[in-house]
Design a protein around this ligand. Structure first.
Ligand code: GLV
Ligand code: GLV
Length: 331
C-alpha cells in the first residue's frame, strides 16, 4: 500500500491534492482545534504530516508514531515543533522560510505605521460619530519618516523591514541580533548593530522579528519597556511570548510607551483583556503572511517539502528545507 500522510488543516485543495500522486492523504476538511491526544492519534500510522502552528508536536505526540518520517510545518517559525525530539527519532522537520519574508515585512510596516499614526484608533473615533469633536490636536501621532527604526532579530524578515524603513522612509536603522551581520548585509539595509540596551533606548519604533524560544520568552519585559522612550512604539510580528503582555499593558496605560501593534499574542487565540481595553494599541489576528499569493506559496512549499523528505521525486528537484538541529526551540 502507499504511505499515508496527514494534513492537519484545510489549506488549498489543489495544492494538497498533489500529495495524492504519491500518498494516501488524510486531509482535514474543516478548521479543527486538535487536542494533543488527537494529534498523537493522527500521527500514528502515517509516514508524514503537514501541520500548522496550531499543532504542537513533541515527545508525547510522536511516542506511538512509529512510521513517522517527516513533519512539514506551514510557517517559518516552528516553536510548535520539538525539533530535537523529532530529530532524535530520525524524523525530518521542515518549515517555509523565504516565501513569506516580504509579505510579513509588509504587515510589520503596516502595523508600525498604524501604531505611530493611530490609524485604527482614528477609525474607531470616526465610527463612533465623534468627528464633530475634531480639533487641531485630534489624534496626533509620531512621525515615521526620518525616525529611528529598531529591529530586534535581524533575520530575513527583519532585514526586509529594515530596507523598507531605510530606503522608503529615510529612517535611521539600528538592529540587535544574536550575531552581527556581515558588512554587506548591514550596508544593504543601511542598518547599524547596537547592543540590546542601546536599541531599547534609541528606537523611536521598535519591531520584534526574532524566533521564540525559552531563551527569548518575555525579552520585552517591564525592565526593557522602562528603557524605551515614552514617545516610542513597539510592533510584534514574531511570537506573542516575546512580550510580557501585562508589563506592556502597564506601560501603555501609564503613558510610558506611546503605542503598540501586535499581530501575535501569548495565549492565541485568547487575547489578554487588559490589551483589549487599551486605546493606544493596534491588534491583528496573526496574519503576517496572509496574502493570497504567499499563503499559496507556503502551502506549496510545505507540500513539496513533505514529498521530498519522504523520498518521492521532488518536482523540479526542489530539496526540502529542513530545520537545522541547532536552532531547536524547546518547549
Ligand atoms: C507565522 O507566524 C510563521 O511563523 O510563519
Ligand atoms: C526568520 O527566520 C526570518 O525569516 O526572519
Amino acid at each position: 500500500p502507499r504511505p499515508r500522510v496527514w494534513v492537519s488543516q484545510p489549506l488549498f485543495d489543489d495544492i494538497v491534492g498533489r500529495l495524492g500522486e504519491y500518498f494516501d492523504v488524510d486531509a482535514t476538511a474543516e478548521v479543527t482545534a486538535w487536542t494533543p491526544v488527537q494529534v498523537a492519534e493522527k500521527l500514528r500510522g502515517v509516514a508524514g504530516a503537514v501541520v500548522t502552528l496550531n499543532e504542537r508536536i513533541g515527545p508525547a505526540e510522536i511516542a506511538q508514531a512509529h512510521g513517522l518520517r517527516a513533519v512539514a510545518n506551514v510557517g517559518v517559525g516552528y516553536d510548535n515543533l520539538d525539533v530535537e525530539a523529532l530529530h532524535a527519532r530520525g524524523i525530518v522537520a521542515t518549515n517555509t522560510p523565504d516565501v513569506l519574508t516580504e509579505t510579513t515585512a509588509d504587515l510589520g510596516f503596516a502595523l508600525l505605521l498604524a501604531a505611530a499614526r493611530r490609524i485604527t484608533e482614528g477609525e474607531r473615533w470616526l465610527r463612533e460619530g465623534r468627528w464633530r469633536q475634531w480639533s487641531f490636536d485630534t489624534l496626533l501621532g509620531h512621525d515615521v519618516h526620518g525616525a529611528t527604526l529598531g529591529i530586534l532579530g535581524m533575520g530575513r524578515i527583519g532585514q526586509a523591514i529594515a530596507r523598507r524603513g531605510a530606503h522608503g522612509f529615510g529612517m535611521r536603522v539600528l538592529y540587535h541580533n544574536r550575531s552581527r551581520l556581515p558588512a554587506g548585509i548591514e550596508s544593504n539595509c543601511r542598518a547599524a548593530y547596537v547592543d540590546f540596551d542601546t536599541l531599547l533606548r534609541e528606537s523611536d519604533h521598535l519591531v520584534l522579528v526574532l524566533p521564540y524560544s525559552p531563551q527569548t520568552r518575555h525579552v520585552i519585559d517591564a525592565a526593557a519597556l522602562a528603557k524605551m522612550k515614552p514617545t516610542a512604539t513597539l510592533t510584534n510580528v514574531a511570537r506573542g511570548g516575546l512580550v510580557d503582555e501585562d508589563a506592556l499593558a502597564d506601560a501603555l496605560a501609564g503613558g510610558r510607551l506611546a503605542a503598540a501593534a501586535l499581530d501575535v499574542f501569548e495565549g492565541e487565540p485568547r487575547v489578554n483583556p487588559r490589551l483589549l481595553a487599551l486605546r493606544n494599541i493596534v491588534l491583528s489576528p496573526h496574519v503576517g503572511s496572509a496574502s493570497h499569493a504567499t499563503r499559496r506559496a507556503m502551502a506549496a512549499l510545505a507540500v513539496d517539502n513533505l514529498v521530498a523528505a519522504l523520498g518521492h521525486g521532488p518536482r523540479a528537484g526542489d530539496p526540502p528545507t529542513p530545520i537545522a538541529a541547532k536552532a531547536t526551540a524547546k518547549r
